[in-house]
Design a protein around this ligand. Structure first.
Ligand code: SAM
Length: 283
């Protein structure tokens, strides 16, 4: 998903009234956390670098309360730890991780974020380049890598889909997880062409947790999905409630009612990270 667009995220909804003590199981936070669509204001736009502002605010300004894509970009820069808590709970289907080749030399990942996939890739490739535009996300990823076995195998660099800072044919596997969409700002035609440019002939480009499957199929990508029930594995029930209030506000009442830390993806209204689309480039 590039996160903003897919997996299908919920749009902003009106502010909520306070939760009542009667409906709140033990361990739930006292009051609702601010939903992503209400979380940031125009006063927060100053966090963008000049380059980011020219990309995310092409008209010179924007309102994150009316533009959820903008709100996600602000989240990555203002509250990357909050994003990391969400990504840590939304674990990839083990089938996806198992599908990844485990003996490649060079891997390039685009939109690496705080490393949900990167931390798997360092066990599978000798040389991993993780491209990520948001500096606060890069810092978290670098911190995780510094503490990880094989963390030295990954290099974290700044870059965007449409201008990857990598040479032609320089990777055996080029991958993006929950980051690529057909929209120009999150990949698009140029971004896919860039991923394929960086991939060597005979190598593989893979889009994990894709949306717009028809768009990818029309460009020669094969779809793979792994079955089985999947839940978001929040750290605790309190975490489930808080993160649902932020990211899945329409489902927050049901999350409170369930009273558990494990919440099926269907309850949250999003498709689970159980699938991918890939293309092996002509050799
Ligand atoms: C939903 S997060 C996914 C992060 C990580 N891959 C994961 O699975 O948790 C989307 C990531 O894509 C990055 N991103 C947004 N626009 C991008 C672009 N045009 N090029 C590359 N990365 C981009 C964001 O900064 C963010 O880290």
């Amino acid at each position: 998903m590039a996160r903003p667009e897919a997996p299908a995220r919920e749009g902003p909804e009106p502010p909520k009234g306070p939760a009542t003590a009667d409906t709140r199981p033990r361990g739930a936070p006292a009051g609702p956390a601010l939903a992503l669509g209400r979380r940031y204001t125009t006063a927060d736009l100053g966090v963008f670098t000049t380059e980011e502002a020219s990309r995310f605010l092409p008209q010179g300004s924007g309102d994150p309360q009316n533009d959820l894509i903008l709100a996600w970009e602000l989240l990555y820069r203002l509250e990357p730890e909050l994003y990391d808590r969400l990504a840590g709970a939304e674990r990839l289907h083990p089938g996806i991780v198992g599908w990844l080749p485990c003996d490649v030399d060079r891997i390039a990942e685009v939109g690496a974020g705080t490393g949900r996939l990167t931390m798997e890739l360092i066990g599978r490739g000798q040389h991993v380049v993780a491209v990520e535009p948001a500096r606060p996300m890069r810092l978290i990823l670098e911190r995780k890598l510094a503490a990880a076995d094989h963390g030295h195998r990954a290099r974290v660099v700044h870059g965007f889909f449409d201008q990857l800072p990598l040479p032609d044919d320089s990777a055996d596997l080029v991958v993006a997880c929950s980051a690529f969409t057909p929209a120009a700002g999150h990949g698009g035609e140029t971004g896919l062409a860039e991923m394929e440019r960086v991939c060597r002939p005979g190598g593989c480009v893979a889009i994990l947790w894709p949306n717009h499957l028809g768009w990818l199929a029309a460009r020669g990508y094969t779809y793979v999905s792994f079955p089985g029930p999947m839940s978001v594995e929040f750290g605790s029930y309190a975490d489930a409630v808080e993160l649902a209030e932020v990211f899945f506000p329409r489902a927050a009442g049901e999350v409170r009612r369930l009273g558990r830390r494990m919440v099926p993806f269907e309850v949250l209204g999003i498709n689970p990270p159980r699938d991918l689309a890939f293309k092996v480039l002509a050799g």
